[in-house]
Design a protein around this ligand. Structure first.
Ligand code: SGN
Ligand code: CA
Length: 487
Protein backbone atom coordinates (compact mmCIF):
# COMPACT_ATOMS: atom_id res chain seq x y z
CA UNK A 1 0.00 0.00 0.00
CA UNK A 2 1.49 3.40 -0.97
CA UNK A 3 1.46 6.45 1.23
CA UNK A 4 -1.74 8.01 -0.19
CA UNK A 5 -3.68 4.74 0.03
CA UNK A 6 -2.60 4.39 3.66
CA UNK A 7 -3.80 7.91 4.39
CA UNK A 8 -7.17 7.22 2.71
CA UNK A 9 -7.75 3.98 4.62
CA UNK A 10 -6.83 5.68 7.93
CA UNK A 11 -9.31 8.42 7.07
CA UNK A 12 -12.05 5.88 6.26
CA UNK A 13 -11.36 4.07 9.55
CA UNK A 14 -11.59 7.37 11.47
CA UNK A 15 -14.84 8.32 9.72
CA UNK A 16 -16.35 4.91 10.37
CA UNK A 17 -15.51 5.02 14.05
CA UNK A 18 -16.98 8.53 14.34
CA UNK A 19 -20.17 7.36 12.61
CA UNK A 20 -20.43 4.27 14.77
CA UNK A 21 -19.83 6.17 18.02
CA UNK A 22 -22.44 8.75 16.95
CA UNK A 23 -24.97 6.09 16.19
CA UNK A 24 -24.24 4.49 19.57
CA UNK A 25 -24.89 7.79 21.22
CA UNK A 26 -28.09 8.31 19.23
CA UNK A 27 -29.61 4.99 20.35
CA UNK A 28 -32.80 6.08 22.07
CA UNK A 29 -32.79 5.13 25.76
CA UNK A 30 -35.30 2.41 26.74
CA UNK A 31 -38.63 4.21 27.23
CA UNK A 32 -39.48 4.82 30.85
CA UNK A 33 -42.56 2.92 32.02
CA UNK A 34 -45.96 4.55 32.39
CA UNK A 35 -47.66 4.24 35.76
CA UNK A 36 -51.34 3.64 36.50
CA UNK A 37 -51.75 3.79 40.27
CA UNK A 38 -55.21 2.62 41.31
CA UNK A 39 -56.13 3.00 44.94
CA UNK A 40 -59.40 2.32 46.67
CA UNK A 41 -60.59 3.67 49.97
CA UNK A 42 -60.96 1.08 52.75
CA UNK A 43 -60.78 -1.96 50.47
CA UNK A 44 -59.82 -4.85 52.75
CA UNK A 45 -57.78 -7.63 51.14
CA UNK A 46 -60.43 -10.06 52.42
CA UNK A 47 -62.73 -8.64 49.73
CA UNK A 48 -60.44 -9.43 46.77
CA UNK A 49 -60.90 -12.93 45.41
CA UNK A 50 -57.21 -13.21 44.46
CA UNK A 51 -56.45 -13.09 48.20
CA UNK A 52 -58.40 -16.24 48.94
CA UNK A 53 -61.64 -16.83 50.76
CA UNK A 54 -63.69 -13.82 49.78
CA UNK A 55 -67.42 -13.98 49.19
CA UNK A 56 -67.19 -11.60 46.27
CA UNK A 57 -65.55 -12.13 42.94
CA UNK A 58 -63.17 -9.49 41.61
CA UNK A 59 -62.10 -10.87 38.22
CA UNK A 60 -60.35 -7.75 37.00
CA UNK A 61 -58.25 -7.19 40.11
CA UNK A 62 -57.54 -10.92 40.13
CA UNK A 63 -56.26 -10.68 36.57
CA UNK A 64 -53.68 -8.13 37.73
CA UNK A 65 -52.52 -10.70 40.29
CA UNK A 66 -52.44 -13.39 37.62
CA UNK A 67 -50.31 -11.19 35.38
CA UNK A 68 -48.28 -9.63 38.20
CA UNK A 69 -47.32 -9.95 41.87
CA UNK A 70 -49.60 -10.18 44.88
CA UNK A 71 -48.24 -9.05 48.23
CA UNK A 72 -49.42 -10.92 51.32
CA UNK A 73 -47.64 -8.66 53.72
CA UNK A 74 -48.12 -5.08 52.67
CA UNK A 75 -48.62 -2.80 55.67
CA UNK A 76 -49.55 0.81 56.34
CA UNK A 77 -47.81 3.27 58.64
CA UNK A 78 -51.03 4.61 60.19
CA UNK A 79 -54.33 2.98 59.28
CA UNK A 80 -56.33 6.03 58.28
CA UNK A 81 -57.03 7.77 55.03
CA UNK A 82 -55.13 11.07 55.04
CA UNK A 83 -52.06 9.75 56.92
CA UNK A 84 -51.71 6.82 54.54
CA UNK A 85 -52.10 9.01 51.45
CA UNK A 86 -49.52 11.48 52.75
CA UNK A 87 -47.10 8.58 53.41
CA UNK A 88 -47.68 7.18 49.93
CA UNK A 89 -47.01 10.53 48.27
CA UNK A 90 -43.96 11.51 50.33
CA UNK A 91 -42.45 8.17 51.32
CA UNK A 92 -42.33 9.51 54.87
CA UNK A 93 -43.90 8.63 58.20
CA UNK A 94 -46.65 10.83 59.63
CA UNK A 95 -44.38 12.74 62.00
CA UNK A 96 -42.22 13.78 59.05
CA UNK A 97 -44.90 14.54 56.43
CA UNK A 98 -47.15 16.40 58.89
CA UNK A 99 -50.34 14.34 58.48
CA UNK A 100 -50.99 12.33 61.62
CA UNK A 101 -54.78 12.19 61.50
CA UNK A 102 -57.86 12.95 59.45
CA UNK A 103 -58.51 16.13 61.42
CA UNK A 104 -57.56 19.62 60.50
CA UNK A 105 -54.03 19.06 59.27
CA UNK A 106 -53.44 20.50 55.83
CA UNK A 107 -51.04 18.56 53.62
CA UNK A 108 -48.02 20.72 52.85
CA UNK A 109 -47.80 20.36 49.08
CA UNK A 110 -44.42 22.06 48.95
CA UNK A 111 -42.87 18.78 50.12
CA UNK A 112 -41.22 16.40 47.70
CA UNK A 113 -43.72 13.85 46.48
CA UNK A 114 -43.19 11.12 43.93
CA UNK A 115 -45.66 12.62 41.40
CA UNK A 116 -43.96 16.00 41.66
CA UNK A 117 -40.52 14.47 41.12
CA UNK A 118 -41.79 12.39 38.21
CA UNK A 119 -43.29 15.53 36.73
CA UNK A 120 -39.98 17.36 37.06
CA UNK A 121 -38.34 14.39 35.33
CA UNK A 122 -40.58 14.77 32.29
CA UNK A 123 -43.59 12.62 33.17
CA UNK A 124 -47.13 13.79 32.47
CA UNK A 125 -48.97 13.45 35.76
CA UNK A 126 -52.63 13.41 36.81
CA UNK A 127 -54.58 12.86 40.01
CA UNK A 128 -58.24 11.85 39.83
CA UNK A 129 -60.69 10.92 42.59
CA UNK A 130 -60.48 10.91 46.38
CA UNK A 131 -57.59 13.01 47.64
CA UNK A 132 -58.66 13.98 51.19
CA UNK A 133 -55.58 16.03 52.04
CA UNK A 134 -57.32 19.45 52.33
CA UNK A 135 -54.80 21.42 50.22
CA UNK A 136 -55.04 21.16 46.44
CA UNK A 137 -52.77 18.66 44.67
CA UNK A 138 -49.39 20.00 43.52
CA UNK A 139 -47.10 18.36 40.97
CA UNK A 140 -49.80 17.33 38.52
CA UNK A 141 -50.50 18.50 34.98
CA UNK A 142 -54.13 17.78 35.72
CA UNK A 143 -56.14 17.10 38.85
CA UNK A 144 -59.83 16.54 39.40
CA UNK A 145 -60.69 15.53 42.95
CA UNK A 146 -63.67 14.83 45.16
CA UNK A 147 -64.26 17.35 47.92
CA UNK A 148 -63.38 15.69 51.27
CA UNK A 149 -64.80 12.18 51.36
CA UNK A 150 -66.79 12.76 48.18
CA UNK A 151 -70.26 11.45 47.33
CA UNK A 152 -71.25 8.18 45.65
CA UNK A 153 -74.06 9.47 43.46
CA UNK A 154 -73.72 12.40 41.07
CA UNK A 155 -70.72 13.73 43.00
CA UNK A 156 -69.04 17.10 42.87
CA UNK A 157 -65.50 17.14 41.47
CA UNK A 158 -63.06 20.01 41.95
CA UNK A 159 -60.39 21.09 39.51
CA UNK A 160 -58.27 24.22 39.26
CA UNK A 161 -61.26 26.06 37.72
CA UNK A 162 -63.72 25.24 40.51
CA UNK A 163 -66.39 22.72 41.53
CA UNK A 164 -68.68 20.95 39.12
CA UNK A 165 -71.30 18.27 39.68
CA UNK A 166 -70.84 15.16 37.56
CA UNK A 167 -73.65 12.81 36.64
CA UNK A 168 -73.26 9.16 37.42
CA UNK A 169 -71.68 6.78 39.91
CA UNK A 170 -68.43 7.83 41.48
CA UNK A 171 -66.30 4.80 40.49
CA UNK A 172 -67.39 5.05 36.84
CA UNK A 173 -66.81 8.80 36.77
CA UNK A 174 -63.35 8.54 38.30
CA UNK A 175 -62.31 6.10 35.59
CA UNK A 176 -64.05 8.11 32.83
CA UNK A 177 -62.00 11.11 33.86
CA UNK A 178 -58.78 9.11 33.91
CA UNK A 179 -59.48 7.79 30.41
CA UNK A 180 -60.39 11.26 29.13
CA UNK A 181 -57.13 12.61 30.46
CA UNK A 182 -55.15 9.74 28.95
CA UNK A 183 -56.79 10.41 25.59
CA UNK A 184 -55.74 14.04 25.64
CA UNK A 185 -52.24 13.66 27.07
CA UNK A 186 -48.95 14.48 25.36
CA UNK A 187 -48.04 11.08 23.92
CA UNK A 188 -44.38 11.98 23.56
CA UNK A 189 -43.96 11.72 27.34
CA UNK A 190 -44.40 8.85 29.80
CA UNK A 191 -47.33 9.27 32.17
CA UNK A 192 -48.27 8.63 35.76
CA UNK A 193 -51.95 8.76 36.63
CA UNK A 194 -53.38 8.28 40.12
CA UNK A 195 -56.90 6.83 39.97
CA UNK A 196 -58.03 7.00 43.58
CA UNK A 197 -61.51 5.63 44.19
CA UNK A 198 -63.95 6.64 46.87
CA UNK A 199 -65.47 3.17 47.09
CA UNK A 200 -65.81 1.14 49.24
CA UNK A 201 -65.77 3.85 51.93
CA UNK A 202 -68.61 4.18 54.42
CA UNK A 203 -71.62 4.49 53.99
CA UNK A 204 -71.38 1.89 51.24
CA UNK A 205 -73.79 3.11 48.60
CA UNK A 206 -73.90 0.69 45.68
CA UNK A 207 -74.30 1.53 42.03
CA UNK A 208 -77.95 1.06 41.12
CA UNK A 209 -77.11 -1.87 38.86
CA UNK A 210 -75.65 -3.73 41.85
CA UNK A 211 -78.47 -3.11 44.33
CA UNK A 212 -79.48 -6.75 44.09
CA UNK A 213 -76.02 -8.30 43.91
CA UNK A 214 -75.50 -10.96 46.63
CA UNK A 215 -79.25 -11.03 47.40
CA UNK A 216 -79.36 -14.77 46.98
CA UNK A 217 -76.31 -15.70 49.01
CA UNK A 218 -75.73 -16.00 52.68
CA UNK A 219 -72.54 -14.44 54.00
CA UNK A 220 -71.60 -15.92 57.37
CA UNK A 221 -69.97 -13.76 60.03
CA UNK A 222 -66.22 -14.31 60.49
CA UNK A 223 -65.09 -16.68 63.23
CA UNK A 224 -64.03 -13.79 65.51
CA UNK A 225 -67.28 -11.83 65.12
CA UNK A 226 -68.42 -12.49 68.69
CA UNK A 227 -64.99 -11.77 70.17
CA UNK A 228 -65.28 -10.83 73.85
CA UNK A 229 -61.80 -9.20 73.96
CA UNK A 230 -61.14 -11.09 77.18
CA UNK A 231 -57.35 -11.21 76.85
CA UNK A 232 -57.02 -7.77 75.29
CA UNK A 233 -56.40 -4.45 77.05
CA UNK A 234 -59.08 -1.77 77.39
CA UNK A 235 -58.51 -0.25 73.94
CA UNK A 236 -60.17 -3.23 72.24
CA UNK A 237 -63.10 -3.09 74.65
CA UNK A 238 -63.65 0.65 74.49
CA UNK A 239 -63.66 1.16 70.72
CA UNK A 240 -66.85 2.21 68.92
CA UNK A 241 -66.57 0.03 65.85
CA UNK A 242 -68.84 -2.86 66.62
CA UNK A 243 -71.20 -3.79 63.83
CA UNK A 244 -73.76 -4.82 66.44
CA UNK A 245 -73.75 -1.42 68.11
CA UNK A 246 -72.23 1.38 66.08
CA UNK A 247 -73.65 1.19 62.59
CA UNK A 248 -76.25 3.89 61.98
CA UNK A 249 -79.74 2.70 61.12
CA UNK A 250 -80.14 5.19 58.29
CA UNK A 251 -76.70 5.91 56.89
CA UNK A 252 -75.12 2.54 57.15
CA UNK A 253 -77.90 0.01 57.39
CA UNK A 254 -80.50 1.75 55.22
CA UNK A 255 -83.11 0.29 57.54
CA UNK A 256 -85.73 2.96 57.18
CA UNK A 257 -86.36 2.88 53.49
CA UNK A 258 -89.73 1.67 52.43
CA UNK A 259 -91.66 2.73 49.36
CA UNK A 260 -94.42 4.23 51.47
CA UNK A 261 -92.24 6.50 53.59
CA UNK A 262 -88.79 6.85 52.04
CA UNK A 263 -87.81 10.03 53.85
CA UNK A 264 -89.66 10.15 57.11
CA UNK A 265 -86.95 9.12 59.49
CA UNK A 266 -83.90 10.45 57.70
CA UNK A 267 -81.84 13.25 59.14
CA UNK A 268 -80.63 16.21 57.11
CA UNK A 269 -77.18 14.85 56.34
CA UNK A 270 -78.63 11.67 54.94
CA UNK A 271 -81.15 13.57 52.89
CA UNK A 272 -78.22 15.32 51.26
CA UNK A 273 -76.55 12.08 50.27
CA UNK A 274 -79.76 10.50 49.13
CA UNK A 275 -80.73 13.71 47.40
CA UNK A 276 -77.74 13.21 45.09
CA UNK A 277 -79.88 10.64 43.34
CA UNK A 278 -82.31 11.97 40.79
CA UNK A 279 -85.96 11.00 41.48
CA UNK A 280 -86.03 7.89 39.25
CA UNK A 281 -82.85 6.64 40.89
CA UNK A 282 -84.26 7.29 44.34
CA UNK A 283 -87.25 5.13 43.46
CA UNK A 284 -85.00 2.26 42.31
CA UNK A 285 -82.95 2.57 45.47
CA UNK A 286 -85.95 2.54 47.77
CA UNK A 287 -87.58 -0.29 45.86
CA UNK A 288 -84.50 -2.47 46.30
CA UNK A 289 -84.43 -2.08 50.09
CA UNK A 290 -88.21 -2.03 50.73
CA UNK A 291 -89.05 -5.76 50.81
CA UNK A 292 -85.91 -6.55 52.79
CA UNK A 293 -86.63 -3.81 55.30
CA UNK A 294 -90.24 -4.87 55.69
CA UNK A 295 -89.17 -8.47 56.33
CA UNK A 296 -86.57 -7.24 58.81
CA UNK A 297 -89.11 -5.13 60.76
CA UNK A 298 -91.49 -8.06 60.86
CA UNK A 299 -88.89 -10.49 62.14
CA UNK A 300 -88.23 -8.41 65.29
CA UNK A 301 -84.67 -9.74 65.63
CA UNK A 302 -82.78 -9.37 68.90
CA UNK A 303 -79.31 -10.04 70.28
CA UNK A 304 -77.01 -12.19 68.16
CA UNK A 305 -79.57 -12.58 65.38
CA UNK A 306 -79.87 -8.83 65.07
CA UNK A 307 -76.07 -8.45 65.02
CA UNK A 308 -75.85 -11.02 62.24
CA UNK A 309 -78.55 -9.23 60.25
CA UNK A 310 -76.63 -5.95 60.57
CA UNK A 311 -73.45 -7.67 59.48
CA UNK A 312 -75.10 -9.03 56.35
CA UNK A 313 -76.62 -5.70 55.44
CA UNK A 314 -73.26 -3.98 55.97
CA UNK A 315 -71.11 -6.50 54.16
CA UNK A 316 -73.37 -6.85 51.13
CA UNK A 317 -73.51 -3.12 50.51
CA UNK A 318 -69.76 -2.90 51.06
CA UNK A 319 -69.12 -5.67 48.53
CA UNK A 320 -71.60 -4.18 46.06
CA UNK A 321 -69.56 -0.98 45.88
CA UNK A 322 -66.46 -3.08 45.18
CA UNK A 323 -68.09 -4.65 42.11
CA UNK A 324 -68.01 -1.19 40.53
CA UNK A 325 -64.37 -0.70 41.46
CA UNK A 326 -63.50 -4.03 39.89
CA UNK A 327 -65.48 -3.26 36.72
CA UNK A 328 -63.55 -0.03 36.38
CA UNK A 329 -60.18 -1.71 36.87
CA UNK A 330 -61.25 -3.84 33.90
CA UNK A 331 -62.19 -0.78 31.86
CA UNK A 332 -58.81 0.82 32.48
CA UNK A 333 -56.94 -2.37 31.59
CA UNK A 334 -58.97 -2.72 28.39
CA UNK A 335 -58.10 0.85 27.51
CA UNK A 336 -54.37 0.27 27.99
CA UNK A 337 -54.52 -2.84 25.83
CA UNK A 338 -56.55 -1.18 23.11
CA UNK A 339 -54.02 1.66 22.91
CA UNK A 340 -51.04 -0.68 22.98
CA UNK A 341 -49.94 0.80 26.30
CA UNK A 342 -50.29 -2.34 28.39
CA UNK A 343 -46.76 -3.67 27.76
CA UNK A 344 -44.91 -0.66 29.10
CA UNK A 345 -47.27 0.38 31.88
CA UNK A 346 -46.88 -0.50 35.55
CA UNK A 347 -50.27 -1.02 37.18
CA UNK A 348 -50.50 -0.76 40.96
CA UNK A 349 -53.65 -1.74 42.84
CA UNK A 350 -53.81 -0.97 46.54
CA UNK A 351 -56.00 0.51 49.27
CA UNK A 352 -55.21 3.35 51.68
CA UNK A 353 -55.61 0.82 54.47
CA UNK A 354 -57.25 -2.46 55.33
CA UNK A 355 -60.69 -2.76 56.90
CA UNK A 356 -62.58 -4.93 59.38
CA UNK A 357 -65.15 -7.02 57.63
CA UNK A 358 -66.63 -8.24 60.90
CA UNK A 359 -63.36 -9.54 62.39
CA UNK A 360 -63.49 -8.93 66.17
CA UNK A 361 -67.08 -7.80 65.55
CA UNK A 362 -65.91 -4.61 63.84
CA UNK A 363 -66.13 -2.35 60.83
CA UNK A 364 -63.63 0.54 60.19
CA UNK A 365 -59.84 0.39 60.67
CA UNK A 366 -57.28 2.29 62.88
CA UNK A 367 -56.01 -0.62 65.03
CA UNK A 368 -52.70 -2.32 64.37
CA UNK A 369 -54.38 -5.73 64.20
CA UNK A 370 -53.86 -7.44 60.88
CA UNK A 371 -57.15 -6.70 59.05
CA UNK A 372 -56.55 -2.95 59.12
CA UNK A 373 -52.75 -2.80 59.42
CA UNK A 374 -52.35 -4.98 56.34
CA UNK A 375 -53.48 -3.69 52.99
CA UNK A 376 -53.91 -5.14 49.54
CA UNK A 377 -51.07 -4.62 47.08
CA UNK A 378 -50.96 -6.07 43.59
CA UNK A 379 -48.53 -4.88 40.93
CA UNK A 380 -48.25 -5.76 37.28
CA UNK A 381 -45.30 -4.88 35.05
CA UNK A 382 -44.95 -7.07 31.96
CA UNK A 383 -41.41 -8.22 31.32
CA UNK A 384 -40.19 -7.27 34.79
CA UNK A 385 -42.57 -8.86 37.30
CA UNK A 386 -43.08 -12.58 36.92
CA UNK A 387 -46.77 -13.27 36.25
CA UNK A 388 -48.65 -15.00 39.02
CA UNK A 389 -46.00 -14.40 41.68
CA UNK A 390 -46.94 -14.17 45.35
CA UNK A 391 -44.70 -12.26 47.68
CA UNK A 392 -44.43 -12.59 51.48
CA UNK A 393 -41.85 -9.90 52.20
CA UNK A 394 -42.85 -7.09 54.54
CA UNK A 395 -43.42 -4.07 52.35
CA UNK A 396 -45.09 -0.79 53.25
CA UNK A 397 -47.20 1.95 51.77
CA UNK A 398 -44.27 4.30 52.18
CA UNK A 399 -42.11 2.17 49.89
CA UNK A 400 -44.29 3.11 46.92
CA UNK A 401 -42.83 6.60 46.44
CA UNK A 402 -39.25 5.33 46.30
CA UNK A 403 -40.21 2.44 44.06
CA UNK A 404 -42.05 4.55 41.53
CA UNK A 405 -39.13 6.99 41.36
CA UNK A 406 -36.70 4.12 41.01
CA UNK A 407 -38.55 2.56 38.06
CA UNK A 408 -38.44 5.94 36.31
CA UNK A 409 -34.68 6.35 37.02
CA UNK A 410 -35.37 9.41 39.14
CA UNK A 411 -33.01 10.03 42.07
CA UNK A 412 -34.68 9.17 45.39
CA UNK A 413 -34.40 12.14 47.77
CA UNK A 414 -32.50 11.46 50.96
CA UNK A 415 -35.38 12.25 53.32
CA UNK A 416 -37.65 9.47 52.10
CA UNK A 417 -38.04 6.72 54.67
CA UNK A 418 -39.29 3.71 52.74
CA UNK A 419 -37.26 1.57 50.41
CA UNK A 420 -37.55 0.86 46.72
CA UNK A 421 -39.33 -2.44 46.15
CA UNK A 422 -37.93 -2.72 42.65
CA UNK A 423 -35.56 -5.60 43.49
CA UNK A 424 -38.46 -7.34 45.26
CA UNK A 425 -40.60 -6.87 42.14
CA UNK A 426 -37.77 -8.36 40.10
CA UNK A 427 -37.72 -11.40 42.37
CA UNK A 428 -34.31 -10.45 43.83
CA UNK A 429 -35.12 -9.44 47.41
CA UNK A 430 -31.99 -7.97 49.02
CA UNK A 431 -30.58 -9.92 52.00
CA UNK A 432 -31.05 -6.93 54.24
CA UNK A 433 -34.71 -6.32 53.37
CA UNK A 434 -36.90 -4.98 56.21
CA UNK A 435 -37.50 -7.37 59.13
CA UNK A 436 -39.70 -5.08 61.23
CA UNK A 437 -42.56 -2.74 60.48
CA UNK A 438 -43.21 0.28 62.64
CA UNK A 439 -46.71 1.65 63.21
CA UNK A 440 -48.20 4.72 64.86
CA UNK A 441 -51.87 5.64 65.19
CA UNK A 442 -52.20 9.16 66.58
CA UNK A 443 -55.92 9.90 66.87
CA UNK A 444 -57.96 9.17 69.97
CA UNK A 445 -61.55 9.56 71.07
CA UNK A 446 -63.80 10.73 68.25
CA UNK A 447 -66.33 8.71 66.35
CA UNK A 448 -64.58 5.36 66.77
CA UNK A 449 -62.74 5.87 70.05
CA UNK A 450 -59.58 3.95 69.23
CA UNK A 451 -56.72 4.71 71.63
CA UNK A 452 -53.38 6.04 70.39
CA UNK A 453 -50.78 3.35 69.90
CA UNK A 454 -47.40 2.59 68.48
CA UNK A 455 -46.22 -0.85 67.58
CA UNK A 456 -43.75 -3.05 65.85
CA UNK A 457 -44.32 -6.26 63.92
CA UNK A 458 -41.80 -8.85 62.97
CA UNK A 459 -42.31 -12.03 61.01
CA UNK A 460 -43.64 -13.74 64.13
CA UNK A 461 -44.49 -11.21 66.81
CA UNK A 462 -46.43 -8.02 67.20
CA UNK A 463 -45.92 -5.65 70.11
CA UNK A 464 -48.39 -2.80 70.67
CA UNK A 465 -48.03 0.04 73.16
CA UNK A 466 -51.25 1.91 73.96
CA UNK A 467 -49.13 4.62 75.45
CA UNK A 468 -51.86 6.82 76.88
CA UNK A 469 -53.61 3.84 78.43
CA UNK A 470 -50.23 2.55 79.68
CA UNK A 471 -51.10 -0.87 78.29
CA UNK A 472 -49.07 -3.30 76.24
CA UNK A 473 -50.16 -6.18 74.05
CA UNK A 474 -47.98 -8.88 72.56
CA UNK A 475 -49.09 -11.43 69.98
CA UNK A 476 -47.42 -14.55 68.70
CA UNK A 477 -48.75 -14.46 65.15
CA UNK A 478 -47.49 -17.93 64.41
CA UNK A 479 -49.55 -19.53 67.17
CA UNK A 480 -52.33 -16.96 67.13
CA UNK A 481 -52.84 -15.46 63.66
CA UNK A 482 -56.25 -14.08 64.65
CA UNK A 483 -54.70 -12.05 67.50
CA UNK A 484 -57.09 -13.29 70.13
CA UNK A 485 -54.54 -14.04 72.86
CA UNK A 486 -52.54 -11.16 74.21
CA UNK A 487 -49.58 -12.86 75.85
C1 SGN B 1 -65.88 9.14 58.19
C2 SGN B 1 -66.63 7.87 58.62
C3 SGN B 1 -65.82 7.08 59.63
C4 SGN B 1 -64.43 6.84 59.09
C5 SGN B 1 -63.79 8.17 58.75
C6 SGN B 1 -62.39 8.07 58.22
N1 SGN B 1 -67.92 8.20 59.17
O1 SGN B 1 -65.82 10.03 59.27
O2 SGN B 1 -66.46 5.85 59.88
O3 SGN B 1 -63.65 6.16 60.03
O4 SGN B 1 -64.58 8.82 57.76
O5 SGN B 1 -62.32 7.33 57.05
S1 SGN B 1 -69.14 8.59 58.19
O6 SGN B 1 -70.37 8.32 58.93
O7 SGN B 1 -69.01 10.00 57.87
O8 SGN B 1 -69.05 7.78 57.00
S2 SGN B 1 -61.09 7.56 56.11
O9 SGN B 1 -61.07 6.46 55.16
O10 SGN B 1 -61.29 8.83 55.45
O11 SGN B 1 -59.92 7.55 56.96
CA1 CA C 1 -59.65 5.09 53.90
Amino acid sequence: MNHTALKISALIFLLMSIISSCSERQQPPAPRPNIVFIMSDDHGYQAISAYGDSFNHTPNIDLLAKEGMLFNRAFVNNSLCAPSRAAILTGKYSNMNGIKGNGNEVFDGSQETFPKLLHQAGYQTAMIGKWHLVSNPIGFDFWNILPGQGAYYNPDFIDSAGTKRAEGYVADLTTDKAIDWLNGRDTSKPFCVLVWNKAPHRDWMPALKYLHEFDSINIPVPSTFFDDYSTRTRAAKEQKMQVAQWLAANYDLKENFTVSEPYQRLDEAWKNIFGGLIPGEQAAFVAAYTPKNEAFKKAGLQGKELAIWKYERYIKDYLRTIQSVDDNVGRLMDYLKEKGLDKNTIVVYTSDQGFYLGEHGWFDKRFMYEPSFRTSLIVKWPGVIKPGSVNNEMVMNLDLAETLLDVAHVKIPGGMQGRSMLPVWEGKTPEDWRRYVYYHYYESGGEHNVAKHIGVRSDRYKLIDYYENKDWELYDLQKDPMELHNV
